[in-house]
Design a protein around this ligand. Structure first.
Ligand SMILES: [Zn+2]
Length: 249
C-alpha cells in the first residue's frame, strides 16, 4: 500500500479508533454528521484529513427537523448524506421527500456539493435533482437500473467495498467516466456488512479491518477493471475528490 494515495469520499464517524486510523493513515475523508451531536463532535476535533459533511439522512427524516440541523448544513462545506430510501426505511416517502428537497434548496442557495443516498428511490431522485442543478456525488450506487440517468447528470460516484462481488456496483466502476470515480467505505461497520453479504465468499478473502485496507482493496478492484496501475488509480480518485467534487462551486 506504500506510496498509494487513499481517499474516502463518504463515511461516518464510527469509533474514535476508526477516526484516529484515518488521520494516522492520512486518508482524506468526507465524514458525515447525521445529527447535531455528531456535528458537534466533528467540530470539536478538526484535522486536515477530515472534511465534515452534514445532512438529515433519510432514516432520520421522521425524527429530525431542518431547524435542528440547519446550522450545521450552513457551517460545513458539503451537504449529505441526504436522499430517500424505500428499502431500509419505513418513514413515509412524502415526509422524506420534503426534508430532502428543503436540503437541496439550501445546497443550491449556498452553492455546496451534495452527497446522495438513493436506495430504492433511484428513479425518483434522478428526476428530483434535475430541478436543483448543482454538484452531486451518488454514494455507493447499487441499483441495476437508471445508472444512465445519473451519468447524464454528470454526477460523481463513490464506489463501495462490495465492488469485488456486486454486479451493480461493478457496473458503476465500468461505466462512470474516469474523472467522476471516487471510492468510499461508508464506515467500517458497512464494510463488514458488505463482505458478509457476498454470496460466495472465497476462503482467501478476509474482511478488511481498517479504512486503509478496505479502500486499498476497492481501489485495486477498480484499477483492474479500468486498466490503471494502483498508484495512478489512488492519485486519480484523490484528485477527483479534492480538486473535483470539493472544488468551489
Ligand atoms: Zn452513509
Amino acid at each position: 500500500m506504500n506510496g498509494i494515495k487513499l481517499s474516502d469520499a463518504h463515511t461516518h464517524i464510527g469509533s474514535e479508533q476508526e477516526l484516529s486510523m484515518r488521520c494516522d493513515s492520512k486518508i482524506l475523508s468526507l465524514v458525515c454528521a447525521s445529527e447535531p451531536s455528531e456535528a458537534e463532535m466533528l467540530l470539536s476535533r478538526p484535522h486536515s484529513c477530515i472534511i465534515p459533511t452534514a445532512g438529515i439522512h433519510p432514516w432520520h427524516a421522521g425524527d429530525l427537523s431542518l431547524d435542528e440541523m440547519v446550522k450545521w448544513l450552513s457551517v460545513f462545506p458539503v451537504i449529505g448524506e441526504i436522499g430517500m430510501d424505500s428499502v431500509w426505511c419505513n418513514t413515509p416517502l412524502p415526509i422524506q421527500r420534503k426534508i430532502f428537497c428543503s436540503q437541496l434548496e439550501l445546497a443550491a442557495q449556498q452553492k455546496k456539493p451534495v452527497i446522495l443516498h438513493t436506495k430504492g428511490q433511484e428513479k425518483e431522485i434522478a428526476s428530483i435533482i434535475r430541478e436543483y442543478p448543482g454538484r452531486y456525488l451518488v454514494h455507493w450506487y447499487s441499483c441495476s437500473d437508471y445508472l444512465e440517468k445519473y451519468l447524464d447528470l454528470d454526477c460523481y460516484f463513490s464506489i463501495g467495498p462490495d465492488v469485488w462481488w456486486n454486479p451493480a456496483v461493478r457496473a458503476v466502476a465500468k461505466k462512470a467516466p474516469l474523472n467522476r470515480i471516487l471510492i468510499e467505505t461508508d464506515g467500517m461497520s458497512a464494510v463488514k456488512w458488505a463482505y458478509e453479504e457476498a454470496p460466495d465468499m472465497p476462503d482467501s478473502v478476509r474482511i478488511p479491518e481498517t479504512p486503509a485496507d478496505s479502500l486499498y482493496e476497492t481501489l485495486l478492484t477498480i484499477a483492474k477493471i479500468r486498466h490503471l496501475s494502483p498508484k495512478d488509480a489512488g492519485l486519480l480518485f484523490y484528485r477527483n475528490l479534492n480538486d473535483g467534487f470539493l472544488a468551489a462551486l
